[in-house]
Write a protein that binds this ligand. Structure first.
Ligand code: NAP
Length: 268
């Protein structure tokens, strides 16, 4: 745990702050004067992010936790609140992605995908919501994905976990409408991060982690809630893909799944 109190401000907790979008967002919020609580598993990376915020004149504290471990996550968030104060903004961003294999099904990775992407979001909200409801104020953002729009071949588990996040947050958003707590579902398209290293030239409408973080920081500042899908051209493309017949999707999306040994031996 690392902390400093050089600047006053609202408290924002970012899960998955050690890398990619979460890291870029934590740095940005630190620059904007938020007191930033950072959560992830890799202590060295988290402390480096906290250190960068503090050396820029901001306030940050880091707590190591697996978001899929309910008790550990609650303890980490309580620890951050004790250092920084009551949470105004929660960005449930930590995420995991693995291809969905066919034969054999990679059930352990599917379980991990749901544990981190869905239960991690729910446990994070569970830890901060009672305080927000008591204060009748707060903003919960869940980082989902445009992949929630469609069960893509080779990505069934990831897409399903994000679709579950969208629906979970939708119900929460409606239930919390008159309780002072705003809920925003953030659905980015392709973002260049360690989770998804990609050939920018071959990937449609790819964004940098900084650009995605800028977008999310604006959503935090606006505090409007709702579902936000970006960049708009990728969002449009995904809503078109979601309406295509299966046969066309099968032709468009190449599946890089492990073939069954018997299938692998077949002439192609
Ligand atoms: N990159 C994309 O194209 C893209 C597109 C749409 C949506 N998203 C979503 O954006 C979010 C951030 O992903 P990213 O692209 O920035 O990936 P990333 O660079 O791999 O970052 C993932 C973050 O999640 C943390 N994390 C993973 N499993 C965790 C666990 N069990 N407990 C705690 N923290 C965990 C990682 O930290 P530790 O490993 O240190 O724990 C890391 O900080 C994810 O929810 C992802 O699904 C990404």
């Amino acid at each position: 745990m690392e902390a400093s109190t050089r600047r006053e401000g609202q408290v924002a907790i970012v899960t998955g702050a050690s890398s990619g979008i979460g890291r870029a967002l934590a740095l940005r919020l630190g620059d904007e004067g938020y007191r930033v609580g950072l959560i992830a598993r890799r202590r060295d990376l988290l402390e480096a992010v906290a250190g960068a915020i503090i050396s820029g004149g901001g306030t940050a504290a880091a707590a190591v936790s697996d978001v899929g471990d309910r008790a550990a996550l609650h303890a980490a968030i309580a620890e951050l609140e004790a250092w920084l104060g009551p949470v105004e903004v929660l960005v449930a961003n930590a995420g995991y992605g693995a291809p969905t294999r066919l034969n054999p099904l990679n059930t352990a990775e599917v379980e991990e995908t749901f544990r981190v992407n869905l239960l991690g979001v729910i446990y994070s909200i569970e830890a901060v919501l009672p305080g927000m409801l008591k204060r009748r104020r707060g903003h919960v953002l869940g980082v989902s994905s445009l992949a929630a729009d469609k069960g893509l071949p080779g990505e069934s588990a990831y897409c399903a976990s994000k679709a579950a996040v969208n629906v979970y947050l939708e119900g929460l958003r409606i239930a919390l409408r008159s309780r002072g707590v705003v809920v925003t579902t953030v659905c980015p398209g392709f973002v260049q991060t360690p989770m998804a290293p990609m050939d920018a030239a071959a990937t449609p409408f790819v964004m940098s982690a900084d650009a995605a973080a800028r977008r999310i920081a604006r959503l935090i500042a606006r505090r409007r809630g709702g579902v936000v899908r970006f960049p708009w051209r990728m969002a449009l493309l995904m809503s078109l893909i979601a309406r295509l017949p299966d046969a066309i999707v099968a032709r468009l999306v190449r599946v890089e799944s492990d073939p069954h040994p018997a299938e692998a031996e077949r002439p192609r």
